[in-house]
Design a protein around this ligand. Structure first.
Ligand SMILES: C[S@@+](CC[C@H](N)C(=O)[O-])C[C@H]1O[C@@H](n2cnc3c(N)ncnc32)[C@H](O)[C@@H]1O
Length: 234
């Protein structure tokens, strides 16, 4: 394991879910559920949770989709995947889900394998100041079937300058410190706070998706634009 970001994501898993709940006041679960509902919008037979972490988006899609959807999750952090697999066993969803160790830059799936790819709170990792951003987008494009959808739930930038300043202050003060206290990893929550402060606007993400070849790109903001869902079609 050579990359600092990958090393960081092996340090945080034990308290990862708890920290998400604390720093978002539980809203992350609601936003992932809304993303899962959006992922099921075109009734996919095959769904991929890209950078699945501890598996919540994959598990929610599986649960809401009943037996009709076959779900895979992929992540390059083995400790995250261990938690996802344990949850899957305890939620008794194992029959419809597989959690796979792999890299978003070279997905181990043939072309056109999925009708929908979803990603929750990891698009930023794959694109923000990431020299492999283009490759990450091209891989999603490749594994999606024609007409398939890419659903992204991610932090964003509130439109109001005042709310944006409050949001950035919250990230730099509360999220950074609470994340550090609860996880013991200073690097991980410094990165989270700074990447969210600097991350692209919804309009810039739209531009990236269009440039990668996606069409019908739409955006649904939440909480004054602090986060939202991007929807793009191949
Ligand atoms: C902030 S977490 C989000 C996890 C989960 N999707 C969620 O909603 O909580 C980012 C995840 O992306 C994974 N990740 C980042 N870059 C990756 C890459 N290039 N390939 C595979 N996984 C990656 C990390 O290991 C981590 O589990």
């Amino acid at each position: 394991m050579s990359r600092p970001l990958q090393r960081m994501f092996t340090e945080v898993p034990p308290r990862y879910d708890l920290i998400n709940t604390v720093v978002t006041w539980g809203l992350d679960r609601r936003w992932r559920r809304m993303a899962a509902e959006e992922c099921l919008g075109n009734k996919p037979e095959k769904f991929l949770d890209l950078c699945c972490g501890t598996g919540d988006l994959a598990l929610t899609v599986c649960r809401l989709g009943g037996g009709g959807v076959s779900v895979a999750g992929i992540d390059y952090s083995l400790p995250m995947l261990e938690i996802a697999r344990a949850k899957s066993a305890s939620w008794n969803e194992g029959r419809h889900i597989s959690f796979i160790h792999g890299d978003a830059g070279s997905l181990p799936f043939p072309d056109a394998s999925f009708n929908c790819v979803g990603i929750s709170f990891a698009f930023r990792n794959l694109t923000y100041k990431n020299p492999l951003a283009g490759q990450h987008l091209a891989e999603v494009w490749r594994v999606l079937a024609a007409g398939g959808r890419y659903i992204i739930v991610e932090t964003s930038q509130p439109g109001s300058r005042l709310i944006r300043r409050v949001f950035h202050y919250y990230l730099r003060w509360f999220v950074r410190n609470a994340g550090f206290w609860l996880s013991g990893s200073k690097g991980a929550y410094n990165y989270l706070a700074e990447s969210a402060v600097g991350f692209y606007t919804a309009e810039e993400v739209r531009g990236m998706l269009l440039e990668a070849g996606f069409r019908e790109v739409r955006y649904r903001p939440f909480l004054f634009g602090a986060a939202g869902i991007h929807i793009a079609v191949k």
